[in-house]
Write a protein that binds this ligand. Structure first.
Ligand code: ATP
Length: 971
């Protein structure tokens, strides 16, 4: 093999690069720095003409310009060519070695740095992806070459006397019809893909085979490749029906202190090719497979687009393939995409589409980082045994047929006790080493605390993660408390220096326990440690001030003479402050309410981010607060003072103050939809619509504060340019206007309505959620309401009810068309009928082209044409998204509507009609069976016709003469 020939020099280069790995930075987690970016590198490989294949005698549609660029003819304009530039271009004559050495080999060194790398072969079916990745015995591809080099490298780097001990494992899987199947253990069924807390993608249960030599690799890989699903199509006799992923992991353990460990993963991916089923002739299972392949490749395209556009959501989870590639695209791997293309003209469109995808992919930025951590101390001298590295089903097999397993790369040096201790790790073979380290430490900690029965490592993974999370949270909390305590102590010291007496009083007051109330006294004391110091400052300012602790039920207890009071009452405490203190408190609160930033306001008890923003918003709208009402002062003061957060009065101050202010100044406005109400009760009743709670049962404590919210604070989708109309325009509206504060419209009766709900699709504004939701139906095909008589479906319930009444003859149709005599129940229906049928008036104009329409509905149907087209996931045909469901009938039902003249089939009656007009010159042929013979009304289905007939049977208006059935052209 030629890869072997070039070995020594190349290996030296790679080893030198790899030895630099020992100086490489610590892992991303440890360093806290953002890893440097690495663009996805893209190489294009042009396959030669395949002998005997169709089109082999024609000139190629692609031409290489140099080692990085190529051109293809522009099918729109044959005078032009489309030029593309990539990181590398390999022409028809390039060998497997050229591609491997030029594009793949350079990234292998990153594996020894503990980084991830991936190689993806992409392209249309039959373009040579499998040839590039796998090759043949005579021309081995990327996979065998990479493995051979990697194993050689790890042997050299892991040799005795070198600082690192290296081991290599391999896994092999395929994604077939959205199922992840283990090719090394085909019996294991569909596997799940998970993500660890660092964003690494894992497949629990996936078999990992340790390999130490190329012979090892072949022994596992060749039979597993036989398990991959392939099938014949018109374009490729051995077409891959699945995406195949070979995962090679390189684990490194430092032999000496500090016993670091690294893990580098190499993904070698042979994607299935995108297929145009009009050309592959796929049917049945092949068509289904093809659908799955095209869908996942379509999602792959969306992922690349989202990454390029920097969208907040990248749809990795929309397919198994992209979920698995999350590491490689926009993730942590050094990635190479090899786009394979074919020279034949019949592949032209596929070629252009593959080149476009490749061009977009080279913009994607990854951030590879070194997966390095310290070895858990218990693991330091131990190497995981083979069985521990295997997946669950493999481990089982290994136990039963020990002799079949190859020997461990190195004999396990673990002492008996250590291996016993590690036995639960068999289940943790897929766990991140850092996580494993934490678990071991935790386990040890629990052991040292006497929790012998706690076998943390054998608890399910989710519980372990939760435990770790809880411990981390507790750590953080303890840290925070410590900081606060230090802060408090420092402040007390400074107070003591200024007012030694006051301090004495204060400390006494704060710290003296209440007799017989050890439990309740502990609460204020505890809170005194963590709360702000305003109270201490107030007391220092007025040393004679007395503080009373009141029991919730009015019992009063002076801290100065606690012994005189018997112990009664509940756990709930309140404060009573002296008038000076109250005045100071009042001023303080007022200042804070009027001048404080949202952040300052959050210093108040139980005022969070949201409430603080609401207060600031209120202030912006209505100016500063005049005063804090007297009744709330004690509580308001208490809000800034040392008060139990559980106290029922400590929150109320600001809320109540605001409530009073709101009452005096203006109406109550719902914070969610900005609807105005006369009083709080009505507002709360209304809020129940949003929350789903029953109005009468809302507990006082949980009541929402009536708020005067600046509308910009409301979460309204921001759309640009949609809608139209300004805030005061009266009609239309638009998301931008909504986001800027809502649209105010005036009704015919002069009533002003504020519309704060923007439709995400078109930006139109609505006054409440109900109307918005009703409107949203116009953007979907969903028709949730069905007529019980004729099964006709409707988007709106009122329309359906109205329709049902028409079956009873209960619908009055007073509006008659003067041209044809047809009756309508509503004048707008009549108008639209006249415009459509009898006039040339076209008032509804398309903004994007010259087209004009008689009705809004027609215009809406037309605008679909201007929408971005998406490919059908079965045949790849580009269609407007609105037509996809119609189009899918081609694949699911086949042509149901057959032309009687030429026997050609169509999926919809509309297409048949178009065909009849275009090809046979007939006018609007419709199936007679769904035409009412009495009034010539067309029904969509026979069931609808049956329902419609009841209109006549039920004594509805007799048919108008003009409506007499016309002879219909048939087709
Ligand atoms: N560079 C090449 N040199 C010679 N023959 C090639 C080359 N590339 C591909 N071929 C041949 O073209 C045919 C199709 O190639 P291959 O099966 O690799 O396509 P593919 O892209 O993997 O198709 P699919 O997506 O359907 O699996 C094979 O017979 C293969 O040997």
């Amino acid at each position: 093999m030629d890869a072997e020939a070039s070995a020594p020099l190349r290996r030296r280069e790679m080893a030198a690069a790899a030895s630099g790995a020992s100086r490489c930075r610590l892992s991303k987690m440890g360093s806290g720095r953002r890893p440097p970016p690495a663009r996805v590198r893209v190489a294009v490989r042009l396959r030669p003409f395949v002998e005997g294949a169709a089109g082999a005698s024609e000139p190629p549609c692609v031409r290489g310009l140099d080692s990085c660029s190529l051109e293809v003819a522009n099918w729109r304009n044959y005078q032009e060519t489309l030029k593309y530039q990539f990181d590398a271009f390999y022409g028809e004559r390039s060998s497997q070695q050229d591609i491997y050495a030029g594009s793949v080999q350079p990234i292998l060194r990153h594996l020894l740095e503990g980084q991830n790398a991936s190689v993806l072969a992409y392209g249309p079916t039959g373009a040579g992806k499998t040839h590039t990745m796998l090759g043949s015995p005579e021309q081995p591809g990327v996979i065998p070459r990479a493995l051979m080099d990697l194993l050689q490298l790890t042997r050299e780097e892991g040799a005795e006397g070198r600082p690192w001990d290296l081991s290599v494992t391999m896994s092999y899987l395929e994604i077939y019809q959205e199922k992840v199947l283990d090719l090394l253990d085909p019996a294991s069924g569909d596997l799940v893909i998970r993500e660890d807390y660092r964003g690494n993608i894992l497949i629990p249960g996936l078999t990992q085979k340790p390999i130490t030599s190329f012979a090892d690799f072949e022994r596992h890989f060749l039979p597993a490749s036989g398990n991959r699903t392939v099938g014949a199509t018109r374009l490729n006799q051995r077409s891959s029906r699945s995406h195949a992923v070979l995962l090679v992991k390189v684990d490194q353990r430092e032999r000496l202190a500090p016993f670091r460990q690294r893990e580098g993963k190499l993904y070698l991916i042979d994607l299935a090719g995108s297929e145009d089923n009009r050309r592959t002739g796929n049917q049945g299972l092949r068509l289904k497979e093809s659908g799955a392949i095209n869908t996942s490749l379509f999602v792959l395209g969306k992922v690349v687009d989202a990454l390029n556009k920097g969208l907040p959501r990248v749809p990795y989870r929309d397919s198994k393939l992209t979920r698995l590639l999350q590491d490689s695209l926009g993730g942590s791997a050094h990635s190479i995409l090899i786009a394979n293309i074919a020279p034949e003209r019949r592949f032209y469109l596929d070629t252009v589409s593959a080149l476009n995808f490749a061009a977009r992919s080279k913009e994607v930025i990854n951030r590879p980082f070194t997966n390095e951590s310290l070895q858990p101390h218990a693991l330091a001298p131990v190497k995981l045994s083979q069985k521990e590295l295997l997946g669950p089903s493999e481990a089982k097999k290994a136990r039963s047929s020990e002799e079949e397993e190859i020997e461990s790369p190195e004999p396990t040096a673990a002492p008996a006790s250590a291996s016993q201790k590690l036995s639960p790790l068999q289940k943790l073979s897929n766990m991140d080493p850092a996580m494993l380290e934490r678990l071991l430490n935790l386990d040890q900690l629990l052991g040292s605390q006497g929790c012998q029965g706690t076998s943390l490592l054998s608890t399910p993974r989710r519980e372990r993660m939760e435990l770790i999370k809880t411990v981390e949270q507790k750590d953080l909390e303890i840290e925070r408390l410590k900081m606060k305590q230090k802060e408090l102590e420092a402040k007390m010291m400074s107070q003591e220096a200024l007012h030694p007496k006051g301090k004495e009083n204060c400390t006494l007051t704060m710290l003296r326990p209440l007799p017989g109330r050890t439990v309740t006294v502990a609460k204020p004391l505890k809170k005194a440690v963590v709360m702000p110091l305003q109270l201490l400052q107030e007391q220092a300012a007025s040393p004679n001030a007395t503080i009373h602790i009141l029991k919730k039920k009015g019992r009063k207890r002076k801290l100065e003479a606690p012994a005189s009071q018997p112990d009664q009452g509940e756990d709930c405490w309140d404060l009573e402050l002296s008038p000076e203190l109250l005045a100071l408190g009042r001023q303080k609160i007022l200042d804070l309410l009027n001048k404080g930033s949202a952040r300052d306001l959050r210093g108040l008890q139980r005022i969070g981010q949201k409430k603080a923003q609401l207060i600031v918003g209120w202030r912006e709208l209505h100016g500063p607060f005049g005063q804090v009402p007297g009744g709330q002062i004690a509580a308001a003061a208490a809000a800034t003072a040392v008060v139990a957060p559980t106290s029922t009065v400590s929150v109320a101050p600001v809320a109540s103050a605001l409530e009073k202010k709101t009452k005096s100044k203006g109406p109550y406005i719902c914070a969610l939809c900005a609807k105005e109400f006369k009083n709080g009760y009505n507002l709360r009743r209304h809020e129940a619509i949003h929350t789903g709670a029953k109005a009468g049962r809302v507990p006082t404590g949980a009541m929402k504060m009536p708020t005067m919210v600046p509308l910009s604070l409301l979460s309204v989708p921001q759309l640009s340019g949609a809608g139209g109309g300004g805030p005061e325009t009266g009609t239309g509206g638009g998301a931008a206007a909504v986001a800027a504060g809502g649209v105010v419209t005036t009704t015919a009766s002069g009533k002003r309505i504020r519309k704060n709900h923007a439709c995400e699709m078109c930006g139109k504004a609505f006054r409440d959620v109900y109307h918005l939701n009703r409107h949203k139906l116009s953007h979907s095909d969903e028709k949730p309401y069905q007529c019980p008589v004729c099964q006709q479906r409707f988007k709106r319930k009122d329309r359906m009810s109205y329709h049902v009444r028409s079956h009873d003859g209960a619908v009055h149709k007073p509006y008659n068309c003067s041209h044809c005599g047809k009756s309508f129940s509503r004048p707008d229906h009549l108008n639209s009928h006249v415009r459509q049928v009898h006039s040339t008036e076209r008032p509804f104009k398309c903004e994007k082209c010259e087209a004009a329409f008689a009705t809004k509905d027609r215009l809406r149907a037309h605008t679909v044409r201007h929408e971005e087209k998406v490919p059908c996931h079965v045949c790849g045909k580009m269609l407007s998204s609105a037509y996809i469901s119609d189009h899918m009938k081609v694949h699911s039902q086949g042509p149901h509507h057959v032309c009687e003249l030429c026997n050609k089939g169509f999926t919809t009656a509309a297409y048949l009609r178009i065909h009849a007009v275009k090809d046979h010159g007939l006018q609007a042929p419709r199936a007679d069976r769904i035409l009412c013979k009495l009034c010539s009304v067309h029904c969509k289905t026979p069931a609808q016709l049956a329902g419609h007939m009841q209109t006549h049977l039920g004594g509805a208006a007799p048919p108008v003469p003009g409506d007499a059935p016309q002879p219909q052209p048939t087709c």
